[in-house]
Design a protein around this ligand. Structure first.
Ligand code: ATP
Length: 248
């Protein structure tokens, strides 16, 4: 489904991703766990191709030089040099860290914007599904995005990403700053979305514990390198790993 080999990203001289290879099979939920600054967002930006745009913008502005190495394949086809808009069209959709919803626009408008890649019937069907999975959003259709709670904004961010008709959804720290109850709601919804839509999902989090029950496979990042990987069972059956990374 999605595979990256030997990914290296430098911000100027700072190595943010250090030779990362990750693989994600169809229909899997893959977790990427790591502390602040471990490289989670850099990885998500790189996988979605957005890093290329960031690099170009930095270059045009005469700013720092970003260097990207390695290869990315989607369904066996190289997307390493594919433009991010095209990658999105292929179905690799990023739901970025800190939601990044359009705060001036209503819930409905946010969802419609997300559906720009979809046909009318797909957009209609997906919107119904978003309201089914997140009933709270249905009640808030006309509410301006900026007035939603953190949890509602995250639901909206996921809903908006779904509107783009993903085949693989990249969720960057969806639980950041949310209450344990809201975290649980979102974790359950993530699994349901995977099951209902047959999606593949890569989810990053600082703390693995709330997400580990739904992941099939996980990678642990430290200082930009993948120091550990395995199935949920493999990771959970290792007492050192459990104690060090999952707090159980
Ligand atoms: P967080 O949990 O804080 O979001 P993260 O695991 O997502 O962390 P990244 O945001 O990928 O980590 O950052 C990895 C490293 O790269 C950090 O040291 C960060 O300071 C640095 N970094 C990220 N973006 C830039 C940038 N545009 N320019 C320079 N350094 C950057």
């Amino acid at each position: 489904m999605l595979e990256a080999t030997g990914l290296m990203v430098f911000y100027e001289n700072m190595l943010a991703l250090n030779n990362i290879s990750i693989k994600c099979e169809k229909n899997q939920i893959v977790g990427v766990f790591g502390a602040n600054s471990a490289g989670k967002s850099t990885l998500m930006y790189t996988l979605s191709g957005i890093m290329q745009d960031i690099r170009k913008k930095e270059k045009m502005a005469g700013g720092e030089r970003i260097t990207i190495h390695g290869d990315i394949f989607f369904n066996g086809k190289s997307i390493t040099d594919t433009r991010p808009s095209r990658i999105a069209r292929m179905g690799v959709i990023l739901c970025p860290e800190r939601r990044r919803i359009f705060k001036e626009s209503t819930v409905l408008e946010n969802l419609k914007i997300g559906g720009y890649l979809a046909s009318r019937s797909q957009a209609k069907e997906t919107m119904e599904y978003v309201f089914k999975i997140f009933p709270a959003l249905k009640e808030l259709k006309k509410r301006t995005g900026g007035f939603l709670s953190g949890g509602e904004q995250q639901m909206l961010a996921i809903g908006r990403a779904l509107m783009a008709q993903p085949k693989i959804l990249l969720l960057d720290e969806p639980l950041l700053g949310l209450s344990p109850l809201m975290q649980l709601t979102l974790v359950k919804a993530t699994k349901e979305i995977r099951d209902d839509m047959g999606l593949t999902i890569i989810v990053t989090e600082q703390y693995a514990r709330p997400v580990i029950p739904i992941v099939d496979y996980a990678f642990i990042l430290e200082n930009g390198a993948a120091v550990l990987e395995g199935t949920r069972e493999e990771l959970m059956n290792n007492p050192d790993v459990r104690a060090a990374y999952f707090g159980v």
